[in-house]
Write a protein of this length. Structure first.
Length: 289
């Protein structure tokens, strides 16, 4: 019996979706990121642990651009919705701030301390906070872009499906576009994975929290990115999400990053002239107001 698509066992699903098992040694990736995160916080102007909600972990880190009215990238961190924090992704601000972008990295609660949908709610509130306050940090509230990695890419998909005007009274055109990187857009296989005891997914949660099943008509432009060296399922999910977005009549591009795996698809953002940094900047410029 198939559990999901052609997969007949949890082990098969884990092999495709557990990114840690796809690399021989996680250590060098963790070491690079830890050093880059510390360097970014030490060398860039930053305002850390700014509250956007009432919970202790509803905070965000802001890396202002040097000049006023800069485009804003809100970067949603990864960690399979169960680990890591905004501090583990400071490095993405380095290359973007150097190119005149204000960067905001929200933190959020983790499963199982909160139910999965609460994470989406928190990030929506964080985006609303940014719209109301980013002018104080050299950001233009009329040019906000969403970006995220892994679990954060799933969140970008959910934020892209949000009715910002109806639910949060934000001008819809203020959230200009989204860039989900290395994402899982159909959560269905995770029900059978090693993550299920922590995520506690239900059928209803899967349907409501999978961006693939929440594609709006008239949605914002997207740049969907994935590494060429990621698993076949990560690449398939990216392509399927791109196709669904396109089928709904929305503008979408796909960027399959050569020589990049799940842990290096955001590494270029640390560098001012990084290949994906430049790809992202071009996308921002094309979609600025």
């Amino acid at each position: 019996m198939n559990l999901y698509r052609e997969f007949t066992s949890a082990e098969d699903i884990d092999r495709e979706y557990n990114a840690v098992s796809m690399v021989s040694d996680l250590g060098p990736y963790l070491e690079f990121d830890a050093s880059a995160n510390e360097t970014a916080r030490n060398e860039l102007k930053c305002v850390l642990d700014v509250s956007y909600g009432h919970r202790a972990d509803e905070i965000l880190d802001i890396f202002p651009a040097e000049t006023a009215e800069a485009p804003v990238v809100i970067f949603i961190h990864g960690g399979y919705w169960k680990s890591m924090s905004s501090r583990d992704f400071s490095l993405v601000a380095n290359g973007l701030v150097a190119n005149g972008v204000t960067v905001v990295i929200p933190n959020y609660s983790l499963c199982p301390s909160v139910a999965f949908p609460e994470i989406t709610k928190q990030n929506r509130v964080a985006v609303a906070w940014v719209y109301e306050n980013i002018h104080m940090f050299n950001g233009d509230p009329g040019n906000i872009f969403l970006c995220g990695h892994s679990a954060g890419a799933q969140q970008v998909g959910m934020l892209a499906a949000t009715d910002w005007e109806g639910e949060y009274r934000l001008p819809g055109e203020s959230i200009r576009a989204g860039v989900p990187i290395s994402g899982i857009f159909d959560l269905s296989p995770l029900y059978y994975s090693w993550l299920q005891p922590t995520l506690r997914l239900t059928h209803d949660t899967i349907m409501r929290e999978s961006p693939l099943f929440q594609v709006p008509v008239g949605g914002m432009p997207l740049l969907v990115s994935v590494g060429a060296e990621e698993s076949s399922e990560f690449i398939r999910q990216a392509r399927e999400y791109q196709a669904a977005w396109e089928q709904a009549g929305n503008s979408v591009e796909i960027c399959i990053q050569p020589e990049r795996n799940h842990f290096t698809t955001i590494r270029d953002l640390y560098f001012e002239d990084g290949r994906f940094t430049q790809t992202l900047l071009t996308f921002l410029e094309q979609n600025r107001r």
